[in-house]
Design a protein around this ligand. Structure first.
Ligand SMILES: C[S@@+](CC[C@H](N)C(=O)[O-])C[C@H]1O[C@@H](n2cnc3c(N)ncnc32)[C@H](O)[C@@H]1O
Length: 341
């Protein structure tokens, strides 16, 4: 194929399946498998660790660190970066970032409404988005944030980063997202000390290993083409003993929550807390609708051509609790996981 050498690839998450004498079987997914010598398998393992991220085949072929035998084994295991990275909803979030500039709209998650909650801890300026903010609070509850470095992957419009930086005393908070417009919004709206926003892809995190004490990922991973690459990246950028606070919606026919749990524990995470929170999330969508509708409708403007976008967002929020959560077509899970090794 013309130009194939320039295509970007991602090192896969490899599984060293079984040993047959001195031969090792390596798998990088259901269809990608090779048999290689033990020595080569070790080299491949080291190489994958040494090069997190994307690279072109040309770079791989030129690299002095990879001998011909290792390369020949590694190449069939590589994942085309176009299938493994990026966002499946990139257009939607770019549109939201561009067409809805109002600084009051800083959360894009379904929220969390516990009937026992009295919201006595809520700052008055957060009253209009109490439920989505409460989902971030639920996800982070019991995790030490004071003095810690916190990364929010898929930070959206920065609501969680702002919450962490205003309600706690973290050492630093970094929000990262795939959407350039979303990040421009964050940089304009959330100007605070020790809070920064950066563009990046969840499958190829632009950070050194062990850079963070806490990694947050809230209602974003359903957009990723290869969730396992993302989990491995979170594991890499967390310090040993660091906490991964992870929550998302799992829809029928897609990846499921037990599968995610299995992948995470295989990487070396232990589960500190795991909950099915579908019912408080569905309740929050119902209770939060009035505030969301008021804010979104106030943003409709002919100049921005955003009426259709606002209507489709409101339509989703009306239907999801009844059509997806109540019927079991979707469930919402949250985890706190600790990096043990
Ligand atoms: C439903 S929003 C949630 C935003 C935020 N976490 C919140 O709770 O308000 C999903 C976000 O994930 C981001 N996203 C999607 N794919 C991504 C990727 N590959 N890397 C980083 N962010 C991504 C989207 O741009 C969007 O901002």
């Amino acid at each position: 194929v013309a130009g194939a050498d320039d295509r970007l690839f991602v090192f896969p998450i490899l599984r060293f399946k079984r040993k047959l004498g001195s031969i090792v079987e390596i798998a990088a997914g259901p269809e990608q498998r090779v048999l290689t010598t033990e020595r080569n398998a070790r080299r491949i393992q080291e190489l994958v660790k040494a090069f997190p991220g994307r690279f072109s085949l040309r770079e791989l072929r030129r690299s002095r660190r990879v001998d011909a035998a290792t390369r020949a084994q590694l190449e069939p295991l590589l994942i085309d970066a176009r299938q493994a990275t990026g966002s499946m909803l990139a257009d939607l979030y770019e549109q939201i970032g561009q067409k809805l500039p109002d600084a009051r709209f800083v959360f894009q998650n379904h929220g969390y409404a516990d009937p026992e909650e009295d919201f006595s801890w809520l700052k008055p300026e957060d009253a209009h988005h109490r439920y989505p903010l409460n989902l971030a609070r639920h996800l982070l509850s019991g995790v030490t944030l004071d003095g810690r470095s916190v990364l929010d992957i898929g930070c959206g419009r920065g609501g969680t980063c702002s919450y962490v930086s205003r309600y706690f005393r973290p050492r630093m908070v970094c929000g990262m997202d795939f959407s350039a417009n979303g990040l421009a919004f964050c940089r304009r709206v959330h100007r605070r000390p020790r809070l920064a926003f950066l563009r990046g892809d969840a499958a190829v995190l632009p950070f050194a290993g062990g850079a963070f004490d806490v990694v947050v990922n809230l209602e974003s991973s359903h957009c990723y083409p290869a969730r396992r690459l993302f989990f491995a990246e979170v594991h890499r950028v967390l310090k040993t003993g660091g906490v991964f606070c992870y929550a998302d919606v799992f829809s029928q026919g897609g990846p499921d929550a037990p599968g995610a749990r299995e992948q995470l524990t295989a990487l070396g995470f232990t589960v500190r807390r795991e909950q099915d929170i579908t019912s408080p999330v569905a309740r929050a969508l119902e209770l939060g609708y009035v505030d969301l509708e008021r804010i979104l409708r106030a943003m409709v403007s002919a100049d921005r051509g955003n009426r259709e976008l606002v209507e489709s967002m409101l339509d989703g929020v009306r239907r999801i609790p009844r059509e997806d959560y109540a019927t079991g077509r979707a469930v919402y899970h949250s985890w706190q996981l600790v990096k043990q090794r």
